[in-house]
Ligand binder design. Structure first.
Ligand code: FES
Ligand code: FE2
Length: 447
């Protein structure tokens, strides 16, 4: 099976919005001017993943979402309402909160003590008698930002004219509904500082052409060359990749690779039985998971057989990636640096389906796609790990082998963008998602 050819210049029938193929020049990754245009035209005009829904589950819970020069405070009010507001005091403009995540009855500005309730309403200013013009609390509340919850994460939008999230995402909410992402639990929370433009990271997750070269381990478990790409309106896209199989362009190994043995055994399949039958594993895994899933505490009722074995990745414009399997979700997000187009923050939230109590222990062993133990039943909030690219390269931190391999390389891509010897990208047909993304970047900037 070969990759269906969806050429970027055929995407006009998906939408009448992008009219031409953007030239993916080096300058768009390095120029401050381009960064400034994105700041005006893209970041305030799109829905952005702000953080994890479970961090604002209870009244008083809050977290701070920083993107570029902006800081947004997301909270659950005493009345149980989800709220988002600019994290800037209406007195003299100080950041109200600097802590990432917590629970508070009220938000007190550290500068002069102006106090806001957890919905952002100003409820106290010290020594109001010194304000001869008064302190009108209603007018001086924190400025609200739009907020919605979907797919285990919270989304915010800084512009009132952007369509609601469900419309912004098109068909994606319906497509992901069978996975019950809202039932998944945060298991790992990481941020790496990268020496690369935020778009270079999205591009890296916008094609599978590089997989054979830097992720050789994938050839044993996925069929990336046989993936199916779908470009979507709004700059989104998705790719469906068959799992529990092998790279269709390489010789078929004599049996399932060791990396799959544990997962096969957990649903009652004996890898020894598949000697010479490697290509039977995928369908048999589907059947076995269908049968064994409920016993392991998983509810697969809404998922198709293909969804039980395969992986689907959604790239949500502009900067979010959802990589979804029935038992695990990665939400990855690329955030621009405050001032330097050559840097960005790459966040990876790993969620895992929390199996029913009786089967927790078994399931913890069975389907862990992460390379460390995580405990979704632990009530404590998972620690947010923040580290540098060098700390990944040195092995101090890992974001899974695959992401680490990308992290190793990304700095060198950014470095190349500064060369006099490079003008613009030359894409192949498998890189149509990259083109689509940049077409939409240009479309937003042209508004
Ligand atoms: S700036 Fe916040 S109280 Fe003065
Ligand atoms: Fe990669």
């Amino acid at each position: 099976m070969s990759t269906p050819l969806i050429r970027p210049d055929e995407t006009d029938n998906l939408s009448n919005a992008p009219t031409g193929r953007a030239k993916i020049s080096a300058a768009r990754f390095t120029s401050k001017d381009h960064m400034d245009q994105e700041w005006e035209k893209i970041w305030p005009k799109t829905w952005l993943v702000a953080g994890v829904a479970s961090d604002v589950a209870e009244p008083g819970d809050y977290f701070v979402f920083n993107i570029g020069l902006e800081s947004i405070l997301v909270s659950r009010t005493d009345e149980g309402e989800l709220a988002a507001m600019y994290n800037v005091c209406q007195h003299r403009g100080a950041r109200v909160l600097v802590n990432d995540i917590g629970t508070l009855d009220a938000f007190v500005c550290p500068y002069h003590g102006w106090t806001y309730d957890n919905g952002g309403k100003l409820i106290h200013a010290p020594e109001t008698n010194r304000f001869s013009q008064g302190v009108p609390c209603e007018e001086l509340s924190l400025k609200r930002v739009r907020v919605e919850s979907l797919g285990a994460v919270i989304w915010v939008c800084m512009d009132d004219d952007v369509p609601p999230l469900s419309e912004f995402l098109g068909d994606i909410p319906e497509m992901i509904a069978p996975y019950r992402l809202d039932d998944m639990v945060l298991a790992v929370d990481q941020t790496v500082e990268l020496d690369a433009n935020w778009k270079a990271v999205i591009d890296n997750f916008g094609e599978l052409y590089h997989v054979e070269h830097i992720h050789p381990q994938h050839a044993m478990i996925f069929d990336c060359p046989g993936s199916t790409v779908e470009l979507m309106q709004g700059g989104h896209n998705r790719v469906l990749i068959e799992g529990f199989t092998v790279n269709s362009q390489l010789p078929i190994p004599d049996g399932p690779p060791e990396i799959q043995h544990l997962q096969m055994q957990s649903v009652g399949l004996n890898p020894e039985d598949y000697k010479g039958r490697t290509l039977d594993v995928r369908l048999d895994m589907q059947k076995a998971k269908r049968e064994m899933g409920p016993k392991l505490g998983y509810n697969y009722d809404l998922l198709s057989d293909e969804q039980l074995s395969d992986i689907v990745q959604y790239n949500v414009f502009p900067n979010t990636i959802w990589a979804i399997q029935p038992e695990e979700l990665w939400v990855m997000r690329s955030r621009p640096h405050e001032s330097d187009p050559n840097k960005c923050y790459w966040d990876k939230f790993t969620f895992r389906m929390a199996p029913e109590d009786t089967a927790k222990e078994l399931a913890n062993v069975s389907f862990s796609a992460t390379d460390r133990e995580v405990k979704p039943d632990n009530d404590d909030r998972i620690e947010h790990e923040h580290f540098t690219q060098d700390e990944v390269i040195s092995g101090k931190y890992s974001m899974t082998i695959t992401v680490d391999q990308d992290v190793h390389l990304i700095r060198d891509i950014q470095a190349g963008m500064h060369s006099r010897g490079f003008d613009a990208c030359w894409l192949n047909d498998d890189e149509g998602r990259v083109q689509h993304f940049h077409d939409w970047i240009d479309y937003y900037i042209a508004q």
